[in-house]
Write a protein that binds this ligand. Sequence first.
Ligand SMILES: Cc1ncc(C[n+]2csc(CCOP(=O)(O)OP(=O)(O)O)c2C)c(N)n1
Length: 521
Amino acid sequence: MDASTRQMNGAESLVQTLLDSGVNTCFSNPGTSEMHFVAALDRIPGMRCVLGLFEGVVTGAADGYARIAGKPAATLLHCGPGLANGLANLHNGRRANTMMVNCVGDQATYHRPLDAPLTADTEGFARGVSGWVRTATTAASVGADAAVAAQMAQVSPGQIATLILPSDTCWDAGGVIGKKLPVPPAPTTAPHAVKVAAQLLRDGRKTLLLLGNAALREGPLADAARICAATGATMLAQGSNGRMERGRGRFPINAIPYPVDQAVAALKDFETIILVGTTKPVIFFAYPNKPGSPVPPGATLHALSRPEHDQAQALAALAEELGNPAPVAPPAYGAKPDLARGAISSEAFAQSLTAMMPEHAIIANEAVTFGRAFLGATHAAAPHDWLSVTGGAIGGGMPLATGAAVAAPDRRVINLQADGSAMYTIQALWTQARERLDVTTVIFNNRKYQILLGELANVGANPGRTALDMMDLSNPDIDFVKIAAGMGVEGARAETMEQFNDLFAQSLTRRGPFLIDLATA
Ligand SMILES: Cc1ncc(C[n+]2csc(CCOP(=O)(O)OP(=O)(O)O)c2C)c(N)n1
């Protein structure tokens, strides 16, 4: 019997409801409790299922997918422990306000009281990263639950909706397809907030427009640019962003730097800071005798809009309130730079990347210390999207690249990837090979946790041999080309910029993934 001649089970109603709600991609790492979900995929056509070999790959890929597709993917994870393996990248997704329908299979309702080995506080694990959590109770209601999850995931600015699925809610007969629910539009910001922002921009004090979330898309950025041109204000992005639309034809914008002293220096002259789609900026960590926020103590802070607001509307309304200043053109940028030659350095790399980046590439950036200056040094590249690891949990870059490539099969994804961070979720390469994704991964191989060497000094610690060993990745050296080959991804090592230029250019002309192991130390 197929689904058309017998009653649907819960899993089938779940998959059909997700499809009806516009969710047609599922990143998955299943176990026994998810077998009916997996079986339903054969009976209900239309769901693209992508296997990840570690849950951190699954959740990070779902994050990358949604940032580019503009709609949620589903995940499929196995019980509390499977969810726990995926938490760090769910955390990064939460910090990017990513839409996601996070499905977690679990013990059957009546098996849970037996406290079998995989039984855990699944809801508890989910709560810290989710905006919405529900555990399904019957096969008859799981479809309706899935419809609410898809709706909740898309409530502006986006959130992780976790639906926990006891296995009997999937295998029991009596599934009912849930009706697609309307997603409320992003709220508009209050007219009063617009008026106050306009007054502040007119009062002659040195003013910063600090942008985040959807304010970093091409259209809102153009409005921010004409507001700045008309009022003398400056624009800057929050430190780490889910998606920035950048490159030629768009307005260049830098982000608040990571190091505390540089962050404080970047904001020190501003008397007024107007927040657009973001909240008050803070420093990543406390350091002895340093401030927790880079906002100067006497500065006036005003929120034009919060992350959930319609940023295009907020900036358009502000421009209107300011008398609708004329649009300004993005900078001309001039000719592309020449390819960098000779020794590998961060500046040389950024120069070659700017020269060679293809139109509408997607950058998944987890370059850590090697990439500190990349944003500022790549404004003149072809138009592209720039995705960052937003929550500071390393191991996000390779999964993000994987999910973005699934979302945009016609675009080249370039993963700028520090070596230490790569090793958290390196299995993403296998998924890239299996799905034949057009991802060029560049490993910045300095054979250490460079950033932590800096942090030792910043917190005033006095390292000895053991401490330094904890930041050394050279004993033994990691062979990324061999690792890639073992997962079906071709790769090669570059020890000069000329070698990099050649390998990178080649990777852009071929289909499928490629890895360049760049010797940065
Ligand atoms: C999930 C998680 N675990 C550990 C850390 C702590 N941490 C921050 S940066 C870092 C090392 C990064 O090294 P690498 O990726 O090689 O970049 P580099 O500093 O060499 O540029 C570590 C371990 C973290 N931020 N997130």
